[in-house]
Write a protein that binds this ligand. Sequence first.
Ligand code: NAI
Length: 408
Amino acid sequence: MTLSLNKDKIRFLLLEGVHENALKVLNEAGYTNIEYIKSALDEAELIEKIKDAHFIGIRSRTQLTRKVLEAAQKLICIGCYCIGTNQVDLEAALELGIPVFNAPFSNTRSVAELVLAETIMLMRGVPEKNAVVHRGGWNKSAKDSYEVRGKTMGIVGYGSIGSQLSVLAESLGMRVIYHDAVTKLPLGNAVQVGSLDELLAKADVVTLHVPDLPSTRNMMTAKEFAQMKDGAFFINAARGGCVDIDALADALASKKLLGAAIDVFPKEPKSADEEFESPLRAFDNVILTPHVGGSTQEAQANIGLEVAEKFVRYSDQGDTTSAVNFPNVAIPFAEGTHRLLHIHRNVPGVLSQINASFADAGINIAAQSLMTKGDIGYLVMDVDDNDSDKALQRLRAVAETIRVRVLF
Ligand code: NAI
């Protein structure tokens, strides 16, 4: 169980050289007990270091396995200073009452800019021309070379990236149509179309910005490529599993499509030592990038801010908004109260047991919010500041308690 600590007693372990913005945010919020390490640690070192940490910040190389997490007796929160969270055993973290945060939206602009640039390059045939000139050729021709102005961009998935791209594309004079699983408010003059089929039939360039879901797996197969306009272009910077790459290669080989730009692949090399294999390597008119759509200095800086701010909000207020594995709870602070954070096993009757116990002790609850996820319940309560000691004792007595903290 964890009690409220003075800020200087709350220990942060930041690994893998996370962006220094994280340090700035933590320091400005009064957290100075920070160990900053530039590299990842091997399992033995990690287990040793994590023992004293209340918060750990990692990027993609640190493996937070069940074994490591069970050794982390003081740990209350994990921050992934990246997008992916596969490196963390999310289930184990949930069971141990540890929320995990990441930074899903820090690189939105980076992806949108790359896709816009690729649209221009593809419509001018630059990838192929560039390859030919590199080989000593000189194919000076305007054939299949177009301005983007007045052309139609078809955006599949009008979320953070899709909608940002929409604004950028319109600023270049493109028409934008989009298809989304749900009705989305159009930005600018963009128009939502009724179906993917309709989008494919109308767009000069089709670009995917959907998440990796069963419904988006192989959403582009031979059938969908056949529905596209002759001589259109295709871009995927979403997830590799969304596209049947062999079908795309066929559409390029038959000149149904004039070009493509692909940043994500069904099978990506795990390291720089592994060879990238794909039938798309054969095509000069395809821009291939190694999953770098969101990899910019600005995105790293944003990630530093975004995750550190989530650390501060959890530490200061118990706010778990956007935690990837954990019930999301956020309530505003009320004057003259202390806040209790209670993480418990999710079985029927815990809330009524707590409320009865508080009523019995004459503790008035000023605010209360409970959310559950799987086997875990997360209850945030504000009580009169004179009652918080008593309330803490009562919460500790609840058999289902995993962790309890009080915030002053
Ligand atoms: P988001 O969650 O903000 O937007 C996704 C949109 O897709 C939502 O509007 C959703 O309603 C829609 N959608 C879901 N299922 C759909 C379906 N079956 N058909 C049509 N629309 C559907 O996500 P965000 O941040 O815009 O990211 C989009 C994709 O970009 C994700 O797959 C993400 O992993 C990927 N990404 C790739 C990066 C890279 O380095 N290449 C970097 C960042 C994100």
